[in-house]
Design a binder for this molecule. Sequence first.
Ligand code: E4P
Length: 213
Amino acid sequence: MKLFIDTANVSEIEEIAKWGVLGGVTTNPSLIVKEGRDFKQVIKEITEIVNGPISAEVISENAEEMIAEGKELYKIHENIVIKVPMTAEGLKAVSEFSKLGIPTNVTLVFSGTQALLAARAGASYVSPFLGRLDDIGQSGLSLVEDIVNIFDIHGIDTEIIAASIRNINHVTDCAKAGAHIATIPYSIFKQMVSHPLTDIGIKKFLDDWKSVN
Ligand code: E4P
């Protein structure tokens, strides 16, 4: 499973990129607004840090405008993936982007049938949202498992990005379920890297070393 970061914060991306683990980046309008910076400038800066797929989301609601918006975003860099919401208009846009050879990430996927539609429209990626399903008492992990099974059975090569990741168990579970990618918030990357026994172990090694040196 590849690891993407789910943020529009350039400093966070720079830090995790230095770990050598980052395969790509996803952003969304809420994450962009949180930074209070120019959308296209932020996306451009991200392309200079990470050499991998970088999702930039359209905000239009009809296909024609999504296509125009996506074409402009794609001009920023060849690694840009146009993120499109899972709607009928979104599917029309995805289908057109697919014909143009522009990669897409269909976002806000909450069912296996939505994922199947997105894949058949030509999406490069689908993003099932785990955390938001868990929030309403449904199982985000079951959704990922369903999509992995459906895509496997039917030989669909659209990649599954497990999104709305809220804890490190989500990351482990999605890796075990066979998601191709997990897009992970910065705070969860920080949790993933540490373990109390690692810290205790380092302290013990250094204390022993210092006791005779
Ligand atoms: C995915 O691409 C989205 O940006 C993201 O994972 C949404 O997560 P949230 O439910 O924590 O906002």
